[in-house]
Design a protein around this ligand. Structure first.
Ligand code: HEM
Length: 536
């Protein structure tokens, strides 16, 4: 197989010689031995014990025993597709080169191949796709300058702004470590101590928390990145994917429950079948641009991923569109083994000082070396579709030596004057931000945890607000009073009406359930609340 092409079905490395009597459809083992009996193991007599030298049996079973790799610690459930990105050659109405020298954006009509993986976040590899959960939206652009991964979600903001909190957050959202049962009280316990999550909670418990499928949802890079032009000047950017030729569609809780009762894989199936029908999903890529700096005039920090950038000040500027037009031929090879990371940028794109982004950037390739293996970048779905020449060698599952064509095979180091690889001259000017500050562990100033949550609450239509309150009440009613109290405090700070409606909803829920809720935990919560004389 040629690196960079899909490896599926027959046709691994080697030639196509056939043994006597063998055809191209003959079953073999991985040693190339034709299999003469794939139904019966070898035994002493037809009823006797098995013998240990059953090579075909042992190979078959021991490979099967190793068929699973660790699943992603988050975003385990996903679906993927191939396609292309087509640049508009401008950003909004202006030249894109003003802001970035990244080659994939420069020429109108220029196409770059992509692979996309959509996902849910919290639960395991076969969990239902109807859960209230953000959706992952990860895009790998195979550009002429190497790969660029834009690893985003459907929602435009995130729960937290400091990467140190991420493992705790994920533990709180995953099933209870004792019972292995999902428990909203653990989730809200964490959230009630994380006021910065109020904005994300407001989106997640509204109908925006369950996209109807992967085709009719938005995407966003969430974190703030930078664009860098030829002169080395940087601007701050946020990326957004807007679905084209279709509306955005979300599910109400009862619709999600109905679909879930019949189909655990409705979103994967929908994406696959749409592409097979030739209805190729499309998204427009838009950016919001802000000059590089602290922007003291704003009531939030531009590096804070819990915030939206107001579109009246920072409009969405289209830069190109993406079309998904080819299904994977093998789910495991292409989707399960795909590895995306926020560190994977090309010339003209850069990081900002968004702490969450910096923390993520360590995490992705670290987990992929564990999840897929040291040489995960040699797999066709992850390898760039361009010249690769490194001095990295060996390690588990090294599939080939990625040397340059003229490289002296004895020289796997740099610098060298006897035929080693050489560095390339920089083409544009380096972007060199200046730093002068004390080293510290500190929250950002302008945390402003509630104002945008209130704006988002007020921007919802009436039915969306109704759903939000109902969903929150259904989860909070089983939580202890101190958790409910803290959450209500946050909602009230976002908007007094928001806080009042959750308070009233919890009081109604208590009246309706009386002393008995059918769940020992919820009953305890009701009793706790009654002891404290407040709504359960
Ligand atoms: C997957 C870490 C925040 C989007 C993952 C994985 C890890 C991780 C370890 C599994 C990767 C793999 O096994 O290949 C983190 C950390 C975060 C963070 C440490 C914060 C500190 C975010 C945010 C977003 C996001 C803010 C959205 C913008 C995704 C997506 C995937 C993913 C889409 C799945 C990629 C795929 O389809 O393979 N994350 N994440 N993550 N994360 Fe994050």
């Amino acid at each position: 197989a040629v690196p960079g092409t899909a490896v599926t079905g027959a046709g691994g490395p080697g030639d196509s010689r056939l043994a006597d009597g063998e055809t191209e459809m003959t079953l073999t083992n991985r040693q190339g031995h034709p299999i003469r009996d794939n139904q019966n193991v070898r035994t002493v007599g037809s009823r006797g014990p098995m013998t240990l030298e059953n090579y075909h049996f042992i190979e078959k079973i021991s490979h099967f025993d190793r068929e699973r790799i660790p699943e992603r610690v988050v975003h385990a459930r996903g679906a993927g597709a191939h396609g292309y990105f087509e640049a508009y050659g401008k950003v909004g109405d202006g030249p894109v080169s003003t802001f970035t020298r990244a080659k994939l954006f420069q020429e109108a009509g220029k196409r770059t191949p992509v692979f996309v993986r959509f996902s849910t976040v919290v639960h395991g590899g076969h969990s239902p796709e109807t859960l209230r959960d953000p959706r992952g939206f990860a895009v790998k652009f195979y550009t002429e300058d190497g790969n660029w991964d834009l690893v985003g979600n459907n929602l435009k903001i995130f729960f937290i702004r400091d990467p140190l909190k991420f493992p705790d957050m994920v533990h709180a959202f995953k099933p209870d470590p004792v019972t292995n049962v999902n428990d909203p009280e653990r989730m809200f316990d964490f959230l009630s101590q994380s006021p910065e999550a109020t904005h994300m909670v407001t989106f997640l418990f509204s109908p925006w928390g369950i996209p109807a499928n992967y085709r009719q949802m938005q995407g966003s890079g969430v974190n703030t990145y930078k664009w860098v032009n030829q002169a080395g000047q940087g601007v701050l950017v946020k990326y957004h994917w807007e679905p084209m030729r279709t509306e955005i569609k979300n599910l109400r809780q009862q619709d999600a429950d109905r679909i879930q009762a019949m189909n655990y894989s409705h979103a994967t199936q929908d994406l696959y079948e749409a592409i097979e029908r030739g209805e190729y999903p499309e998204w427009e890529l838009c950016v919001q641009i802000m000059s590089d700096g602290e922007h003291p005039e704003l009531d939030f920090d531009p590096l804070d991923p819990t915030k939206l950038w107001p579109t009246d000040k920072f409009p969405f500027l289209p830069v190109g569109k993406m079309v998904l037009n080819r299904n994977p031929e093998n789910y495991f090879a292409e989707v399960e083994q795909a590895a995306f990371g926020t560190g994977v940028l090309v010339d003209g794109l850069d990081f900002s000082d968004d702490k969450l982004l910096q923390g993520r950037t360590f995490s992705y390739s670290d987990t992929q070396r564990h999840r897929v293996g040291t040489n995960y970048l040699q797999l066709p779905v992850n390898a760039p579709k361009k010249h690769v020449a490194t001095n990295q060698r060996d390690g588990q599952m090294a599939y080939f030596v990625d040397a340059g064509p003229g490289q002296n095979p004895h020289v796997n180091y740099e610098p060298s004057v006897i035929g080693g690889l050489k560095e390339m001259q920089r083409s544009g000017k380096e972007h060199q931000p200046h730093y002068d500050a004390d080293l510290m562990q500190r929250k950002i100033e302008r945390a402003n945890d509630f104002a945008q949550a209130g704006e988002t609450y007020r921007s919802f239509e009436a039915w969306e607000r109704d759903e939000l309150i109902e969903n929150l009440v259904n989860n909070l009613k089983i939580c202890r009073p101190e958790i409910r109290r803290q959450m209500i405090d946050y909602f009230t700070k976002a908007d007094p009406d928001y806080g009042r409606r959750v308070t009233d909803g919890l009081a109604d829920a208590q009246r309706e359930s009386g002393e008995h809720t059918g769940s020992a935990k919820a009953d305890q919560a009701v009793r706790n609340a009654q002891r404290e004389g407040e709504p359960a």
